[in-house]
Design a protein around this ligand. Structure first.
Ligand SMILES: Cc1ncc(COP(=O)(O)O)c(C=O)c1O
Ligand SMILES: [Zn+2]
Length: 422
């Protein structure tokens, strides 16, 4: 099947795709690059039509999943994959706020997102639902780990055949957490960028639906639900600041797009004035370094070297637009050293009882730095994104935390230990 043979019936508010650079319109199809100028394609909606029907009350009456915002997501009908995704807690984090020295901190906890414990379930449920609309029987992805877990889990549940491509250096838990669902997993001896290039070629050759390649315009839209949920949980307001992890740079752009859309359809109390900050690990910070050095262009990182494997994309597809999102919203960037990533994972766990993955250590660490630099003021409100589950990336903590003390099963031994520990 090729793109021109695909027939679908778009919902009334869905207006197809358009090139982000030259505006060239395209019909719905598994395509992601403009034929005229090679710009990225984006989904277009009729916001006036949505504004007429979508109200806060209607949203509140729906189940607590990402699909309560279905009008602003790009499916032509009901989701056929990932119907239970989203609806994760936004936690008020007062103890963390005191530790950081700011008034109001919230943590958005996608480490408990169903089914695969990261925000990638949001993008994958859209991409695979769309893949089914397009008639694909085989789906795939190029992944730094979480996307692999999510495509494998959601494809298994949806009865789709899945091919998952990852760099061979991934954490063991991310590999096992992919293999368990029974897809074909292929480890590539190379970086994520090598994996991504290979997937682009394989997708074309075999005509498969690759979540983050030919389905990318749809896939990326799923991230908006992360930001819709934050605004709704804050009483249809947005915070003064949000600190967002960046890998390919898509999530940060979609947070901006989501809040602008809520304003367009009349759901926000006031226009969004949030400063959207971007966080990366120092060992792979092509986007953060562009902002820190005052460049709009991205210098790819050839050999990423960080414990935050999920963010280790050296040549980010949406890097340029991520830089622009920070510029347009007055956001700053931070590049966090591995030792601070790990100590920040511990800080969040010890203050709020949230075990975030290394990517969450990056956002907590970046928040600390942005407060120190005065980018985030003491009286401000800030949402910190925890986009994945710490149990998947425990390796650096296993190295850091001492094994627990072993004693004989005797009260006298425990008494001695308790006296020693105090
Ligand atoms: C846990 C986690 N957070 C954030 C990101 C960044 O997403 P994006 O590629 O949209 O910048 C990823 C990407 O893999 C991720 O796995
Ligand atoms: Zn174009």
């Amino acid at each position: 099947m090729n793109a021109s043979e695909i027939q679908i019936d778009p919902s009334p508010a869905l207006r197809g795709l358009a090139c982000r650079e030259c505006g060239q319109p395209y019909d719905h199809a598994p395509v992601h690059v403009c034929e005229m100028c090679f710009g990225p394609l984006e989904v277009v909606y009729d916001y006036d039509a949505i504004a007429k029907t979508l109200t806060r009350e209607l949203i509140a009456s729906r189940p607590q999943t990402m699909w309560r915002y279905a009008e602003l997501l790009p499916l032509s009908g009901a989701p056929t994959v990932g119907a239970a995704v989203g609806g994760t807690p936004l936690l008020r984090a007062d103890k963390l706020a005191r530790a950081l020295g700011v008034r109001e901190v919230w943590v958005k906890t996608d480490g408990v997102c169903h089914p695969s414990l990261s925000f990638k379930d949001r993008v994958v449920s859209v991409a695979l639902s769309k893949a089914k609309e397009f008639g694909f029987k085989t789906v795939g992805c190029a992944s730094t780990g979480n996307l692999a877990n999510s495509v494998a889990a959601n494809a298994a549940a949806a009865g789709l055949r899945a091919y998952i491509f990852v760099p061979s250096t991934l954490e063991r838990a991310k590999i096992v957490g992919t293999q368990v669902y029974g897809p074909r997993v292929v480890a590539i001896d190379g970086t994520y960028d090598d994996v991504n290039r290979l997937c682009a070629e394989i997708g074309d050759k075999y005509n498969w639906g690759f979540a983050n390649v030919n389905l990318r315009p749809y896939y990326a839209e799923g991230s908006k639900s992360f930001a819709f949920e934050i605004a709704e949980a804050l009483g249809w307001k947005t915070p003064d600041h949000i600190v967002t992890p960046m890998a390919g740079g898509s999530l940060i752009c979609k947070i901006q797009k989501a809040w602008n859309e809520l304003a367009k359809v009349g759901l926000l109390e006031e226009p969004p004035a949030t400063r959207i900050h971007g966080a990366q690990a120092a060992g792979c910070a092509p986007i953060a370094n562009a902002v820190l050095e005052g460049r709009e262009t991205i210098k790819p990182v050839r050999q990423p070297n960080t414990v935050a494997h999920s963010l280790a994309i050296g040549n980010p597809a949406d890097g340029f637009y991520a830089v622009r999102t920070m510029a347009e919203t007055g956001g700053a960037a931070a590049a966090v050293l591995d030792e601070n990533i790990v100590s920040s994972m511990q800080l969040l766990a010890e203050t709020e009882g949230v075990f975030t993955e290394t990517a969450g250590g990056v956002t907590v660490g970046a928040t600390r730095e942005l407060i120190r630099r005065g980018e985030i003021g003491k009286d401000d409100s800030v949402v910190i994104c925890s986009t994945g589950q710490g149990l998947k990336t425990a390796d650096p903590l296993v190295k850091k935390l001492p094994p627990p003390r072993v004693i004989a099963p005797k009260v006298a031994d425990f008494d001695a230990l308790e006296r020693e520990l105090g």
